[in-house]
Every structure is written in structure tokens, then in C-alpha cells.
Write a new protein. Structure first.
Length: 140
């Protein structure tokens, strides 16, 4: 499992970036870079489960390990969703971490995630596109 890091500077308040990341409507917009129609199901609270799903209902299930509003959101990925069923995967302690830091009038967003060798190329290609879309939405 490799660790990938993505960073961007967004000319928007930390609150706007946080809200754009996790609000259902805007979440669907920036995650469309991964798959059109992607969405998440969760109450977005620390300790809660979260489903990252495609329009067909397949995807991943995870848990929210840490939530510090406007600072950090961390997910631990547990397995795949296939036809409404949770299929556990041995991904070790695979995480996806979002860190926000206020930098004057802007926000620095850093994402650190674990990726299997099969997913590294896809994530290295797609995550920058998703972050560019997020930046565009936040800076409107």
C-alpha cells in the first residue's frame, strides 16, 4: 500500500472549503471527477459509517475516524459495496485524510491517502482533477 499526497491552495475561507467538501450537493459536483453521479451516505459524524457510492450503488464502505470541524476529516476504508452488500477487504489500516489550514485569505487543503498498487495510477490522475473542480466551486 502506497501513500499519496495532494495539496492545493484555494482562495476561499476555510469554512467555505469545508462546507463545499462535505455538503451533499457540492460533494457530488467535485467527486464527479472520480465517477459521474458519485455520492456519499453518512451523518458525517466521528465514529459513524460512511458509504462512498456510484449511481449503481457500488463503491466503498468506511468509518469516520476523526472529525475536527474546519481542520480535519479522516476516513478508514473497510471494504467494498457490491449490490448492496458489504464485502470486507484486507486493506490494513487504509485511510484517507483531509487537512485544512487557513493561510491568510486562503485555505491550504492537503489530502493524504493510502492506495493499493492497482489504484495508485488512477488516484494520481483523478484526484488532481477532483481538487481542481473543488477549487473552482469554492472560488466562485
Amino acid at each position: 500500500m502506497g501513500t499519496l499526497t495532494f495539496e492545493t491552495q484555494i482562495d476561499a475561507t476555510i469554512k467555505k472549503v469545508w462546507d463545499t467538501l462535505w455538503n451533499d450537493e457540492t460533494y457530488r459536483l467535485w467527486t464527479a471527477a472520480f465517477m459521474e453521479g458519485s455520492y456519499a451516505e453518512s451523518d458525517w459524524e466521528e465514529g459513524s459509517s460512511i458509504l462512498f457510492l456510484s449511481p449503481g450503488g457500488s463503491g466503498m464502505y468506511s468509518v469516520i475516524d476523526k472529525k475536527i470541524p474546519y481542520t480535519q476529516m479522516s476516513f478508514r476504508h473497510l471494504g467494498e459495496m457490491q449490490k448492496g452488500e458489504k464485502i470486507p477487504k484486507d486493506w490494513g489500516n487504509a485511510t484517507e485524510n483531509y487537512y485544512l489550514e487557513e493561510t491568510g485569505d486562503a485555505t491550504k487543503l492537503k489530502i493524504v491517502m493510502d492506495a493499493t498498487p492497482e489504484m495508485e495510477g488512477y488516484m494520481n490522475e483523478t484526484f488532481p482533477k477532483a481538487m481542481a473542480k473543488l477549487k473552482e466551486i469554492c472560488e466562485q
